[in-house]
Design a protein around this ligand. Structure first.
Ligand SMILES: *Cc1c(COP(=O)(O)O)cnc(C)c1O
Length: 302
């Protein structure tokens, strides 16, 4: 679905340039996954998929469930025991079969793969060309609205958002910096950039579970080596503070995964020039409630 592009008066003033918000939080499932997973599901149905299989306990699983209902395709999502009840409820609301299995994603994913067949297609949360094609449309829409960004700020988990946005920018001949934001506990891309090789983290920590991929996809690492990608890490507390400010300023509740990107603007981590047109991908996230945000606020004494 097309999403609003909003000029944030508050963030523009704070950063002394134009700051544009691409409100992926306004997608029916609350995150940009509707672009990536949405496009993948459409394509696999055309190729004959009769069932979608996912192992994501987060926004990817929620979008697979949504797409299954929309397209009349059965959905099985296997999630680990650590998955929030909010996420499970959202998937069941879309009539997906949700199986809780295993202590971590690795075990849930293994179980999910046992359901895969010619007709039951596994939908990867971040590593598939169809996902990136869907995300690239975000940039098409921004250009259509007459905004030519001079920098993009986005969050990185497994790297599909980065891969798709980079692809969209390339299509429009925009060779501009992409600020790739991760939290300190989920810095699989930032660590790879620092070391100049594609690494896997031993563990991921912190509250931004949506960004908790131990290893980014090959495509995302490749882009970080070939294009102007600037990695920045932020603290969990900064993401919470940004979520809270964003709720007040733009009346939109987003996950810490999205707060990570917003914190770059709220905390003025990059000095932009007055002529800059900064595009922030407000990736959103449905696994957050006001109660949960209030708990984080207490936890970090904000
Ligand atoms: C999936 C997701 C991310 C991370 O996207 P990747 O493509 O895995 O890097 C960030 N924020 C939200 C809200 C997400 O759903």
């Amino acid at each position: 679905m097309k999403t609003p592009l909003i000029r944030s008066s508050k963030l523009s003033e704070l950063n002394g340039c134009n700051v544009w918000l691409k409100m992926e939080s306004a997608q029916p499932t609350g995150s940009f996954k509707q672009r990536s997973i949405g496009n993948a599901c459409l394509n696999y149905v055309e190729k004959g998929a009769k069932r979608f299989v996912s192992s994501s306990g987060g926004n990817a699983g929620i979008s697979v469930a949504y797409m299954g209902k929309l397209l009349g395709v059965a959905v099985t999502v296997v999630v680990p025991k650590t998955t929030s009840q909010t996420a499970i409820d959202l998937m069941r609301q879309e009539s997906a079969q949700v199986i809780v299995h295993g202590d971590s994603w690795i075990e849930a994913n293994e179980h999910a793969l046992s359901f895969v067949s010619e007709e039951a297609v596994y939908i990867h949360p971040f590593d598939d060309q169809y996902l990136w094609d869907g995300v690239a449309c975000i940039i098409d829409e921004v250009i259509e609205e007459g905004v030519r960004p001079s920098a993009v700020v986005l969050s990185v988990g497994g790297g599909s958002l980065l891969s798709g946005v980079a692809q969209g920018l390339h299509t429009h001949h925009l060779d501009i910096p992409i600020y790739a934001i991760e939290t300190e506990g989920t810095a699989s891309l930032n660590t790879s950039i620092q070391r100049g090789r594609h690494i896997s983290l031993d563990q991921v920590t912190g509250i931004a579970t949506t960004l908790a991929a131990k290893r980014v996809c090959e495509q995302a690492f490749k882009i970080s080596q070939q294009q102007n990608v600037q990695g920045i890490m932020v603290a969990d507390a900064d993401t919470v503070s940004a979520c809270l400010k964003f709720l007040d300023d733009h009346r939109t509740l987003v996950e810490p995964a999205c707060g990570a990107s917003l914190s770059i603007l709220y905390d003025q981590k990059v000095s932009f020039s007055p002529s800059d047109e900064v595009l922030v991908i407000v990736c959103g996230g449905a696994s957050i409630t006001f109660d949960q945000l209030a708990k984080y606020v207490q936890q970090f004494a904000i």
